[in-house]
Design a protein around this ligand. Structure first.
Ligand code: AR6
Length: 169
């Protein structure tokens, strides 16, 4: 399946589900996480608090994903996933691919057919952009039914150009 590559702000995407590059607390943060909570409003945080209390009292493990509602966003759901923090000491790339795979699995479970992803771990968690793109494309290959539209949304022009060149190659 073709992966769509776009430049822009993921909070405005018109898809069934957008993915949040969260942290295990699920209680918000900076980067795309901060932008999603700011744009979607307090309903998302309220639901995340419930998810923490009822399902993940110790936090959402790295590589896993969970869905919440989307407050005021165009998308119907937000799928929160926790990317690994980049380090040269060990290879954490399988966890990064898990974020994409597990988010797709959650999308399929809730019946989302279209889904948009940010470039997970490539900001505050410091994953090098080019490799983050490779891991994203590997993790997004073969989405499960009924997912038919998979979009990678890059925030800045430079990263967008890198991803577009890689996908068109
Ligand atoms: N739309 C699309 N992409 C965005 C947006 C946006 N509105 N804003 C930033 N990006 P980051 P991480 C890009 O730092 O590295 C938070 O505090 C950004 O340019 O958001 O996984 C969480 O709570 C970068 O390429 O996520 C965690 O603590 C990409 O999104 C931690 O940051 C990911 O950058 C997660 O760090």
């Amino acid at each position: 399946m073709l992966i769509e590559v776009r430049q822009g702000d993921i909070t405005t995407e018109r898809v069934d589900a957008i993915v949040n590059a969260a942290n295990s607390s699920l209680l918000g943060g900076g980067g795309v996480d901060g932008a999603i909570h700011a744009a979607g409003g307090p309903e998302i945080l309220a639901e995340c608090r419930d998810i923490r209390k009822n399902t993940y009292p110790d936090g959402l493990p790295t590589g896993q994903a969970v869905a919440s509602g989307s407050g005021r966003l165009n998308a119907r759901w937000v799928i929160h996933t926790v990317g690994p923090v980049y380090t040269t000491r060990e290879d954490r790339s399988a966890l990064l691919r898990d974020c994409y795979r597990n988010s797709l699995a959650v999308a399929a479970r809730i019946g989302a057919t279209s889904i948009a992803f940010p470039l997970i771990s490539s900001g505050i968690f410091a994953w090098p952009k080019e490799d983050a793109i490779e891991q994203a494309l590997a993790g997004l290959a073969d989405p499960p039914e009924p997912v038919t539209t998979v979009r990678l949304v890059l925030f800045d022009r430079t990263t967008y150009a890198l991803a577009r060149d890689r996908v068109e190659k």
